[in-house]
Design a protein around this ligand. Structure first.
Ligand SMILES: NC(=O)c1ccc[n+]([C@@H]2O[C@H](COP(=O)([O-])OP(=O)(O)OC[C@H]3O[C@@H](n4cnc5c(N)ncnc54)[C@H](O)[C@@H]3O)[C@@H](O)[C@H]2O)c1
Length: 388
């Protein structure tokens, strides 16, 4: 047992949707219950969560329900506790900068939900703080750990596409207004004053997806819309939904070998789904194309590409979808959040950088900020490189 190290993780915001379901229930508790993870040298690390929240009864109940020994309402106390190794935050975005700053200055490794801050200045400042303190910092980039996107990235690495030409993404579904049927997302998502906005919510995801699949994002041209101006809240009361509920973006991308790629992603809470999954990305290249969702990925090689001929006078005689082949898993995929947690824990014990750190997160906040600027000014905005 002497070669098993236990990492104590203060988990803030675990009563929330993401904190509870993805991070506690599907990541940290399964890692604990499987007996931790084995490192390359054969030693083991395991985890001990400490539940942190404002409502003592709530966290006490959760602790009892999941066999967790420790819980506290004293966030500052647990951050400064010598026995705490990692501080995790899935609380409200507006509180994140303060929590992470305190944790970094207490010398703790930090792992956090996105976005890391409400402004680019704060997001960059956090990255600087972590770099100066030499702690390991990780930010949730869950989409890149999903089977569909793992397989899409594998096709890029295999050179399947030849020269990549374009990426198009389609994301969204119908979010009910809340008058007759209750809405399936929280009302704050649709109020600007509460930090709601499709752009703020999704562009930080799209930044790491674009970087992770294609390469750097060089410019953004975005058009936002508030398609549904009135919605009904959790109490059945109407409110002004003044945040953008859709964002239509075009991105100039650059691959690591300098090729220019055109990216386009439509994101909308006011669209009805005629797709196989709630998000799908299509990549087209000179030698092949692929379409990936969260789980599935299909591909069509140049050599098996049909030759459609435009003739609007005749009905369609071939099934275009049947002309694609499914990319096999060739692997077993764990829950994406858990997989990233395990990678982060390995990095934290080794004291090395996590591949998705606070600088990557700052670029996500930057894309959202400049996406909104592009929409407000109705123009293409260049994305300057952030240096620490
Ligand atoms: N990675 C993803 O795909 C993804 C998806 C959704 C949300 N998120 C991010 O996760 C974070 C939480 O989102 P959520 O949907 O779980 O929200 P939520 O509203 O369900 O949870 C928020 C948590 O913060 C706590 N909290 C709220 N107000 C607080 C206050 N004043 N003081 C202290 N704690 C407070 C709540 O008790 C709860 O634990 C957000 O930053 C959001 O951007 C990420």
């Amino acid at each position: 047992m002497s070669d098993t190290r236990t990492l104590r993780i203060a988990m803030n915001g675990i009563t929330g949707r993401m904190g509870y379901r993805q991070h506690l229930l599907r990541s940290i508790l399964p890692i604990r219950d499987q007996g931790g993870i084995t490192l390359a040298d054969g030693s083991k690390i395991t985890v001990e969560p400490i539940l942190v929240g404002r409502n003592e009864n709530k966290i006490k109940d959760l602790a009892a329900q999941h066999d967790v020994d420790e819980y506290t309402t004293d966030l500052d106390g647990i951050i400064n506790d010598d026995k705490t190794d990692i501080v995790f935050d899935a609380s409200m975005t507006s509180l994140r900068y303060g929590t992470l700053s305190k944790a970094i200055s207490a010398g703790k490794h930090v792992y956090t939900e996105k976005p890391t801050a409400e402004t680019l200045d704060e997001a960059v400042d956090l990255a600087k703080q972590a770099q100066a303190a030499g702690v390991t910092a990780g930010v949730v980039h869950d989409k890149l750990y999903l089977p569909g996107l793992i397989k899409l990235r594998r096709l890029v690495d295999e050179g399947f596409f030849g020269r990549i030409l374009s990426l198009r993404g389609e994301f969204g579904y119908w979010v009910w207004e809340g008058d007759v049927q209750p809405a399936q997302r929280p009302s704050w998502n649709y109020r600007l004053a509460d930090g709601g906005s499709m752009t703020t919510d999704m562009y930080c995801h799209w930044n790491y997806v674009l970087e992770g699949i294609i390469g750097k994002v060089k410019t953004v041209t975005s058009r936002t819309a508030t398609h549904i101006p009135t919605r009904w809240d959790e109490n059945g009361q109407p409110y002004d939904a003044d945040a953008d509920d859709a964002a239509y973006g075009i991105f100039d991308l650059e691959t690591p070998n300098g090729d220019e790629v055109v990216g386009q992603i439509n994101s909308s809470w006011a669209v009805r789904v005629y797709r196989d999954e709630l998000v799908e990305f299509q990549v087209d290249g000179t030698h092949g194309s692929a379409v990936a969702g969260l789980q599935k990925c299909v591909a069509q090689a140049r050599s098996t590409t049909p030759k459609p001929v435009w003739n609007p006078d005749l009905p369609v005689t071939e099934s275009y979808r049947d002309q694609w082949v499914e990319v096999p898993d060739n692997d077993t995929f764990d829950n994406g959040f858990k997989a990233q947690w395990e990678e982060f824990l390995r990095d934290a014990v080794a004291g090395r950088e996590h591949r998705f750190g606070l600088l990557s997160a700052a670029r996500g906040v930057q894309l959202a900020e400049l996406g909104l600027k592009s929409a407000a000014e109705r123009r293409t905005v260049e994305i300057p490189e952030i240096t620490l």
